[in-house]
Write a protein that binds this ligand. Structure first.
Ligand code: CTP
Length: 409
């Protein structure tokens, strides 16, 4: 159970904050709602009090004996401001303390997540964008507003993201951000590949592998929760894109290669990625020929054997083509054998592939595939090894980003 402070600023989307209180309390968190005076024009204090089970005040003149304006921020594990209006972002960026919410923001030591909602013009105004940049520079996580229908007939960027999405992101921030906060990947472009490729044999069959894509998916969502702009190249991953992540679905190794190389180099007119993580299980081989029609038994099409050809090594190609400063991270699922143990094999692979970091999973005895938990060692080209103890895939993802972060230029 964590203590979450939910700040609510004065916009029409304040009504969605009530659903957010519900989502947090149903996940077992204790919620203290701190609305602004303007927010109470939209939703009454009684609603927030009933849903949170705590009194609601907006100014620093209530409960003065408890010094609420200091205590609420100091004791929070997470502050979420949803909706964050243009005015609230401006006051937070300026360090004002003219009501209980802004005072709380100044005393919070924990992660702070702003979910802006306002009209498109207000969001795009340089004043608001400067305030957002200031807050991000200080380590706060400021979500981009969702695009869609706004109050009145307008539509565009400015909608509050859905409460369920904000709640999901909050739980990742609580689980996977360093205690002292931080959107430490803000401003970074991250490309992650995940899942397992499928190499077609005929219109209905393929050669596949057992990767569920869950570790790569966790890497993408933790990076987004830490402020990065994330693209997830997902090979046959069943889960929907994590909140705030752009997902590019692919099937075969060749499709994955095309997508990863394009995203890594910023082919869509964007900057090149700062880091590319190849968590996908890419098939080393594919059937030499793909039959146009289904292969039938007892017919001329029944294969006696399936000849295979090599697929390109995407990781090795990334290393040779990368722009200056781009970090490339590989994964290796290894087993020990009579020749060498897992880490010896992994060190050889790191040298062979030429990447900066290699995340090594020991998959002896059926470990890792399809399981909720994971453990890994991150080997670096400089010879260091960081052990990530058994934990959830989010926790392992957070550990990987902790190793990556100081190596980014
Ligand atoms: N990889 C890749 N392209 C391939 C195969 C693998 O980019 N055709 C990447 C994976 O995404 C992973 C890393 O390479 O990050 C290691 O994959 P692995 O299959 O263990 O490497 P191989 O070179 O195939 O090593 P081995 O000889 O053990 O099969």
């Amino acid at each position: 159970m964590s203590r979450i402070v939910l700040g609510v600023a004065g916009g029409v989307a304040a009504y969605k904050a009530a659903l957010l209180v519900r989502a947090f309390t149903e996940s077992g968190h204790e919620v203290r709602v701190v609305p602004t005076q303007a927010a109470l024009h939209f939703v009454g204090a009684a609603t927030f009090e009933a849903l949170s089970g705590h009194p609601v005040t907006t100014d620093v003149w209530s409960d003065v004996d408890e010094v609420a304006h200091v205590r609420i921020g100091q004791t929070a594990d997470l502050v979420v401001v949803a909706p964050a209006t243009a005015d609230l972002l401006a006051r937070a960026a300026a360090g004002r303390a003219d009501d209980l919410l802004t005072a709380t923001l100044l005393t919070a030591h924990c992660p702070v997540l702003f979910a802006p909602a306002m009209h498109t013009e207000m969001w795009r105004h340089p004043a608001t964008q400067d305030n957002v940049a200031t807050l991000r520079r200080r380590g706060a996580l400021v979500l981009p507003p969702a695009v869609g229908r706004l109050t009145g007939p307008d539509s565009g960027p400015g909608r509050l993201p859905e409460p369920g999405d904000i709640a999901a992101l909050a739980s990742v921030v609580l689980a996977a951000c360093p205690a002292a906060l931080t959107a430490d990947l803000a401003g970074r472009r991250v490309v992650v590949s995940a899942g397992g490729t499928r190499e077609p044999l005929d219109p209905v069959r393929y050669l596949g592998n057992r990767s569920s894509g869950r570790q790569g998916w966790a890497l993408a969502r933790v990076a987004a929760a830490r402020g990065a702009e994330v693209v997830l190249v997902a090979a046959n991953v069943e889960q929907p894109a994590p909140f705030g992540v752009r997902m590019v679905p692919v099937g075969s190794a060749e499709e994955l290669r095309t997508a990863v190389l394009a995203e890594a180099s910023g082919g869509r007119g964007e900057d090149a990625a700062d880091v590319v993580v190849m968590a996908a299980a890419v098939a080393d081989f594919r059937p030499a020929a793909v039959a146009a029609t289904k292969l039938k038994k007892d017919s001329a099409t029944e294969p006696a054997a399936v000849p295979l050809v090599r697929n390109p090594d995407v990781l090795a190609e990334l290393v040779t083509k990368r722009p200056p400063g781009q970090l490339v991270v590989g994964f290796a699922a290894e087993t020990g054998d009579d020749d060498a143990d897992v880490l010896t094999h992994a060190r050889a692979k790191l040298a062979r592939k030429g990447c900066d970091l290699l995340v090594v999973n020991d998959v002896s005895q059926g470990r890792v595939f399809g399981r909720a938990d994971n453990a890994a060692v991150v080997l670096a080209a400089d010879g260091s090894a960081t052990e990530l103890p058994e934990g959830s895939k989010d926790a392992v993802a957070a550990g990987i980003w902790d190793v990556v972060r100081p190596r980014l230029g």
